[in-house]
Each structure stands twice: as structure tokens, then as C-alpha cells.
Design a protein around this ligand. Structure first.
Ligand code: NAD
Length: 284
């Protein structure tokens, strides 16, 4: 049972955790802090939090569990702002989408309390953001990855794991580098591609005419281009190496496909497309 849960960043990810734990009766009180006063008020009105704090210090004072769910670029300032106000036994965890940068920020700012920080990433989400996007079943049957480091207290990891399991999620552990490589491939690269495609079409003079005829395939591929720009800027800059390495690989693949189309090399296209189809069909 969590007595006082502090949610820093009451949006889709933080708000959904609060709603899920409240729904299970697993928390006595949820205190929320977001930079925007609007978000704080909305979170109160929607019953996501019981109390809106006016500062980071107020939010984490007396909390036994602190969940940081702000855009990655704001993690550093949040850790700096909470470090002096955490209870000695408080456990801190986060939901940031790339882990090396968050772990480095936590290590730099949390000092002695870094051992009570359990880095995490819920592999669940939507293209919507803010408190109104939060819903209690977001994490059900989804994967949560925890990336504890050598300093992380194993009892803290166990508590965070138990918390996520209460939401109906499956919890896995991975090392930080492996997490950032895997997520660059399955999440970060696809978002970059979708943003690029939709952005490219939006530049055309005949964009409205072109998109009027968009069907299911385009909608499926482009849905994630509706995601929040600040969040994705931060993820791209925060997971730079892994994303750049995949983009290089992607460029090479696209160049080969371009060559094959130019040369009417149907065999090459059949080979690439059927290998991709087989890989996808066997997994999803
Ligand atoms: P969101 O925009 O819905 O919510 C973020 C909240 O943080 C907002 O309420 C905002 O007011 C607040 N905030 C922003 N800067 C702040 C600051 N400096 N101090 C305090 N509060 C601040 O975003 P989200 O989708 O909930 O994402 C939160 C985190 O979760 C991000 O780090 C993101 O990488 C990660 N994540 C997102 C998804 C997804 O699909 N959206 C999935 C997994 C992980």
C-alpha cells in the first residue's frame, strides 16, 4: 500500500498511473505537480489527484513514492528541485522514454538518494497528451521496463515492480543501454519516420488534395505523427547515438530500394518486402 504518491507531470503517463492505482485502492493519497497551473487544475477536476501542490518541494514532502513523468528535457530540473525535499525512505521512479540520459540526470542531482531511484519506462501510450488523455487501463497487459543500475537498491526495485504489477502490467528488467537500443528501433525511429513523412506532405501545395485520399494504411502509419513535438524532440536528443545509428542503416535501405525501383529490379523488391511481411506476420 502506498500512503502518499507524488506524481510530477500529471499528463498521460503520470495521470494514468495515478488512476490505475486509485482504481485498485492501492494508494491513500495522490499529490500532483505539473508546471502548468491549468494541468494541475484539470488533474484535480478529473479526480486524477487528490491534492495539487504549488511546488515540487510541496509535492514530494512526505511522499513514500514519487513518479516523475515530465518530458525528458525537464527531468534534470525536476530531480534538482526535489532532491532536498524527499523523505529519507522515499522511492523515486520515472517514466522517461530513453534511460541513459535520465539515469545520468538522477545520478547528478539526487546524491545519496540515487540508490532509491528506480529508472523505468512504460511501453504504453497514445498520441494524446495532458491530464485529459489519462485513463486507468493504459498499462493493462502492457510491458513496463525497469532499468536498475548497480547502485539501485534491490528493495526499491521490488517495490516499483509491485506497484506496476498492480496496474495489470508485465514488468521486465533490462540494462540501460539495451533498453535505449531496443526502443530506438521499435519506437523512436518509427516516430521520426512518421513525423518526416507527414511533415513532407504538409509542405506540398496540394497537401489537402493529397491527404483527402488517404486511406487506412496512411492513417496507421501516420497516427504517431500526432504525438507531442516537445516530448519527441527530447527523446531524439536524449537517445542521440542509438537513433543516429538506426537512421544511417535506414538511409542505406531506402537507397537500395530507390535503386531497385529505378532499375526495375522487381526481384529485389519482392525479396525485401516478403522478408518484412514474414517477419511481421510471425510476430503480430
Ligand atoms: P504529457 O505531456 O501528457 O504530460 C507531461 C506533464 O508534465 C504535463 O502535465 C506538463 O505540464 C508537465 N511538465 C512539463 N514540464 C514540466 C516541468 N518542468 N516540471 C513539472 N511538470 C512539467 O506527457 P506524457 O505523454 O505523459 O509523457 C511523460 C513522460 O513519459 C515523458 O518523459 C515521455 O518520454 C514518457 N513516455 C511517454 C509515452 C507516450 O506514449 N506518451 C510512453 C511512454 C513514456
Amino acid at each position: 500500500m502506498i500512503n502518499r504518491l507524488a506524481i510530477i507531470g500529471v499528463g498521460l503517463i503520470g495521470g494514468s498511473l495515478a488512476l490505475a492505482l486509485k482504481g485498485k485502492g492501492a494508494v491513500n493519497e495522490v499529490v500532483g505537480y505539473s508546471r502548468s497551473e491549468d494541468a494541475r487544475q484539470q488533474a484535480l477536476d478529473l479526480g486524477i489527484i487528490d491534492k495539487a501542490a504549488d511546488s515540487l518541494a510541496e509535492a514530494v514532502s512526505g511522499a513514500d513514492l514519487v513518479f516523475v513523468a515530465v518530458p525528458m528535457g525537464a527531468m534534470n530540473s525536476v530531480f534538482e528541485g526535489i532532491a532536498d525535499y524527499l523523505s529519507p525512505e522515499a522511492i523515486i521512479t520515472d517514466g522517461g522514454s530513453a534511460k541513459a540520459q535520465v539515469v545520468a540526470a538522477a545520478k547528478q542531482c539526487l546524491g545519496e538518494k540515487f540508490k532509491q531511484f528506480v529508472p523505468g519506462h512504460p511501453i504504453a501510450g497514445t498520441e494524446k497528451s495532458g491530464p485529459s488523455a489519462a485513463f486507468p487501463t493504459l498499462y493493462e497487459k502492457h510491458r513496463i521496463v525497469l532499468t536498475p543500475v548497480s547502485e539501485t537498491d534491490s528493495a526499491a526495485t521490488a517495490k516499483v515492480k509491485a506497484m506496476w504489477q498492480l496496474t495489470g502490467a508485465d514488468v521486465f528488467e533490462m540494462n540501460v543501454e539495451h533498453h535505449d537500443t531496443v526502443l530506438a528501433a521499435t519506437s523512436h525511429l518509427p516516430h521520426v519516420l512518421a513525423f518526416n513523412l507527414v511533415g513532407m506532405l504538409a509542405e506540398r501545395n496540394d497537401c489537402d488534395e493529397v491527404l483527402r485520399y488517404a486511406a487506412g494504411g496512411f492513417r496507421d502509419f501516420s497516427r504517431i505523427a500526432s504525438s507531442d513535438a516537445v516530448m519527441w524532440r527530447d527523446i531524439c536528443l536524449g537517445n542521440q547515438d542509438a537513433i543516429l545509428s538506426l537512421l544511417e542503416q535506414y538511409h542505406q535501405g531506402i537507397k537500395q530500394i530507390e535503386e531497385a525501383i529505378r532499375n526495375q529490379d522487381g526481384d529485389y523488391l519482392i525479396d525485401v518486402f516478403s522478408r518484412a511481411k514474414k517477419a511481421r506476420d510471425s510476430r503480430f
